[in-house]
Design a protein around this ligand. Sequence first.
Ligand SMILES: Cc1cc2nc3c(=O)[nH]c(=O)nc-3n(C[C@H](O)[C@H](O)[C@H](O)COP(=O)(O)OP(=O)(O)OC[C@H]3O[C@@H](n4cnc5c(N)ncnc54)[C@H](O)[C@@H]3O)c2cc1C
Length: 288
Amino acid sequence: MKLPPFEYACPASLDEAVALLAVHKGEAKVLAGGQSLMPMMAFRIAQPALLVDLRKLSGLKEIKIGPDGVRLGALVRWRDILDDQRLATAHPLLREAVSHVAHYQIRNRGTVGGSLAHADPASEMPGIAQTCDAEISVMGVAGVRVIKAKDFLQGALTTALTADEIITEVHLPAWPAQRRWGFQEFARRRGDFAMAGVALHYDEAGGKAGNARIGVFGVGDRAHRLAKAEAALNGKIVDEALCVAVGEAASAEVDPQEDIHASAAYRRALTGTMAERALRAAAARAEA
Ligand SMILES: Cc1cc2nc3c(=O)[nH]c(=O)nc-3n(C[C@H](O)[C@H](O)[C@H](O)COP(=O)(O)OP(=O)(O)OC[C@H]3O[C@@H](n4cnc5c(N)ncnc54)[C@H](O)[C@@H]3O)c2cc1C
């Protein structure tokens, strides 16, 4: 399908981009990788009068790794994350999750900021942002603000962004070297959006799991953490029985939607299986 007509701007600075959004008051949209926006426009789900292309804002393309964690510029593409060998130790969970995003053509163009702003409930990046307590920096005419992932994601395709705001950076807190982690998702074909996915990590002290984080995506209207499943994991020795118990806790805690891809009951069962497998993988990684 052909796109509806639109004006196009390619600002050279963030200030200019934000000003354009502010002047057009909800009639303009940012263009990053275009992998979600272009299909939305083709289907007339989005019909912005103006596209503000961020491609010249090279400051948003960096991956910074420091003692406080990983900072991903909004224009960092999936391919950049997979190609950055530093992330194999600085954030292995992020890298694993991104390897499941779409197909390589889409990974060559899709961006971190675009995924978070689009807020598809089945996307991997919002799942990682929730699981890992990410902070999202945004800039608008009123200045910069930092939003926690749990406050940023407000529902399917809905975020805390105002019409003049642009995501500039995503901060993932530092990743301890000994952290245990697992990532599992189920899609009909590799690269499809997940029908259910689980990202988890925990730190081990005295042989027991602590500081557990379990996040789900593809289940419900947004990616979110599972507090009860986390409680079932914290303070325990991770053995086979616990993997099953945490899977059951995860399954009981979600409130999945039904759609053309799966029933709610199927998604609930899938979530449990994904959590169980992710925890088993985390434990096996610890033994390796
Ligand atoms: C066939 C197909 C399969 C896919 N499968 C998956 C998958 O399995 N998992 C997955 O996670 N994704 C998948 N995607 C989506 C892909 O990862 C997108 O690239 C991503 O969701 C959006 O990123 P983008 O850079 O392309 O954003 P764009 O399409 O350019 O923009 C998307 C939205 O975000 C806004 N936006 C973009 N950047 C910013 C910013 N910095 N600040 C504020 N707003 C901004 C835009 O205005 C628009 O509303 C798939 C896409 C396709 C076409």
